[in-house]
Design a protein around this ligand. Structure first.
Ligand code: PLP
Length: 388
């Protein structure tokens, strides 16, 4: 197994077979498991015998998903959660205590911002926000109380790239862990642990499912860190449902193929938009003109499906384009096989004060695409008629 490539791992790790030999993994849709004797129950609870007990913390379908994801991220272990936010909450509860500091890239997912800024701070955890790409700002922001550095790379929606090895070095200098939300690339395109990160976070809701069906999340890392995350999930219950785990397990089977196609389609759209007269700039780490193209090439084997671009005529042009699209769905979600289109300024980033929007590069003319798996020529024509 250790020498298998990603495509094989995605299909063959964590295979579950019942005694009737089902080829596809079964869903163990049960809350609890029965024991053969009082002695066995006591042994399972005491940890003297391994085996499943109760689906809040041990379910075979969830475990199969965890094993497969851990193999893809080259990690000891993964812990599944009910959503991406539940994974980030678990991270905070497992690794932070009152008086600690967490340093976070400014342009993280909006709800992550809210969780750190409005909730963790209630428990005496200080959250400091810095620019993803400004290494000197990171060096300044860390101190001896810093336990976690948290980033998303590429960032959403502007596709900025963090230098993962450099940030890992800064984290190590103060004894902190570097956590990477690997939502946009997935392990099919980027494996942060191999680049020096300590923990990977996933919103499995996005590309790991890949077809917009279920919510899910995960933490991935070494055995010791995952044991602490497991302990919190077991005690607090932000657990993944076996049904959702099964959907995600099936999603992983096609992950490498999908991410390759998402990247191809997005690159073609980005190149076309870059030449369009209504467009002033395109943000996509797969374009050679991207200021961090070389870094992206070093860390990622593709740039993924999310890109954004700026329209010269501001919000009027952006809304007109969005309303005229016939294929692109108007939704804030990303990572679906179906292409989506979003106006960040009035939706995902609408709650930010305007000076914060400016710092994050969110303007009135900015449009974000999550480029799906439809025929790329159809997608291009759909945008073209909307830009007329
Ligand atoms: C969607 C998203 C999350 C939150 O995940 P949910 O599954 O919606 O809870 C976290 N991080 C990133 C980058 C996301 O895109």
């Amino acid at each position: 197994m250790n020498d298998w490539e990603l495509e094989t791992l995605a299909l063959r790790v964590g295979e579950l077979r019942t005694d009737i030999g089902s080829h596809s993994e079964p869903i163990f849709l049960t809350s609890s498991f029965v024991f053969e004797s009082a002695q066995q129950a006591a042994d399972r609870f005491a940890g003297r015998e391994s085996g499943v007990i109760y689906s809040r913390f041990t379910n075979p379908t969830v475990q199969a998903f965890e094993q497969r994801l851990a193999a893809l991220e080259k990690a000891d272990r993964a812990i599944a959660t009910s959503s991406g936010m539940a994974a980030i909450l678990t991270m905070g509860m497992a690794y932070l205590r009152s008086g600690d500091r967490i340093v976070v890239s400014r342009n993280v997912f909006g709800t992550t911002h809210v969780l750190f800024n409005q909730y963790f701070t209630r428990f005496g955890v200080e959250a400091i926000f810095v620019d993803l790409t400004d290494l000197s700002a990171w060096k300044h922001a860390v101190n001896s109380n810093t336990k976690l550095l948290f980033i998303e790379t590429p960032s959403n929606p502007l596709n900025e790239i963090a230098d993962i090895p450099a940030l890992a070095e800064i984290a190590k200098g103060v004894g902190a862990k570097l956590v990477v939300d690997n939502c946009l690339c997935t392990p099919a395109l980027q494996q942060p642990l191999l680049l020096g990160a300590d923990i990977v976070i996933h919103s499995a809701t996005k590309y790991l499912d890949g077809q917009g069906r279920v919510l899910g999340g995960a933490l991935v890392g070494n055995e010791q860190d995952m044991q602490e995350a497991y302990s919190f999930v077991r005690s607090a219950g932000p657990s993944l449902s076996p049904f959702n785990a099964w959907v995600l397990l099936k999603g992983l089977e096609t992950l490498t193929l999908r991410m390759e196609k998402h990247s191809q389609n997005a690159l073609a759209i980005a190149q076309w938009l870059a030449e369009h007269s209504a467009v002033s700039s395109v943000y996509y780490s797969g374009l050679e003109a991207h200021p961090q193209y070389a870094l992206a090439r070093k860390q990622q084997i593709g740039a993924g499906g999310v890109l954004s671009f700026e329209l010269k005529d501001g919000q009027t042009a952006a809304w007109k384009l969005i309303d005229q699209c016939k294929i692109f769905s108007i939704t804030a979600n990303l990572g679906d096989a179906k292409s989506t289109i979003t106006h960040p300024d009035t939706t995902t980033h609408g709650r930010l004060p305007s000076e914060e929007k400016i710092k994050c590069g969110i303007t009135e003319g900015l449009v974000r695409l999550s480029v799906g798996l439809e025929n790329v020529e159809d997608l291009r024509k759909d945008l073209e008629q909307g830009l007329k």
